[in-house]
Design a protein around this ligand. Structure first.
Ligand SMILES: [Zn+2]
Ligand SMILES: [Zn+2]
Length: 200
């Protein structure tokens, strides 16, 4: 299993839909030196974010955000970032500075743009967190999943109830909760998150 890739999937619970988040991401990133577009609709939506091909400063970079309908909300994955263009541009800056330190002055704008590009994924995650917050979606389970069905008599119980209100069966080990790091739905019986491998 690819641990690094898995660490990049986060879950937001609440009424946020893939379309909602995708539209808001496009609005947030389709500006300046970046171009963003939404692909697909419904239960799986992809947003491509890339540096403008015709930008005059810095190298090219691109990544994709995949948003899917999940239990009680959405799952969001930010893909690997394509670095090649930025690396080449940074290399060119380093090389010109090595040949002639004054030449660096001519590449300051490229350098600024490249450093900004290097932080693209962090900026995307930060924006996703902010957009989720303004839509009242979070890593916490939403109210509608805050019921726990008794395994013996199928009665819906309040989350946190130690035993079933109808038949008295213990409910301890089956309590659903969420990983505070990534929002994945887990049960009390688990000590390591199966999604991000952090300790619960
Ligand atoms: Zn029961
Ligand atoms: Zn987790």
């Amino acid at each position: 299993m690819d641990i690094i890739k898995n660490m990049e999937t986060k879950f937001f619970h609440g009424n946020l839909t893939p379309d909602d988040l995708a539209q808001k991401l496009v609005a947030a990133f389709n500006r300046g030196n970046l171009r963003a577009q939404k692909i697909g609709t419904g239960n799986q939506t992809i947003v491509q974010i890339a540096t403008d091909r015709y930008a005059r400063t810095g190298g090219q970079t691109a990544t994709t955000v995949t948003i899917q309908k999940a239990v009680d909300g959405i799952s969001v994955q930010v893909g690997k970032q394509d670095w090649v263009g930025v690396a080449a541009s940074l290399g060119k800056t380093a090389f010109s500075a090595f040949r002639n330190p004054l030449a660096l002055l001519g590449r300051l704008e490229d350098l600024a743009q490249d450093l900004e590009s290097l932080q693209l994924r962090e900026r995307i995650w930060q924006t996703i967190q902010e957009l989720a917050q303004t839509s009242n979606a979070s890593h916490q389970l939403s109210e509608r999943l805050r019921r726990l069905e008794c395994g013996y008599c199928n009665t819906a119980n309040e989350i946190g109830a130690p035993q079933c209100i109808a038949c008295g069966a213990p409910l301890g080990g089956a309590q659903p909760q969420t990983c505070k790091h990534c929002g994945f739905v887990v049960t009390n019986a688990e000590s390591i998150c199966p999604n991000c491998y952090n300790r619960l």
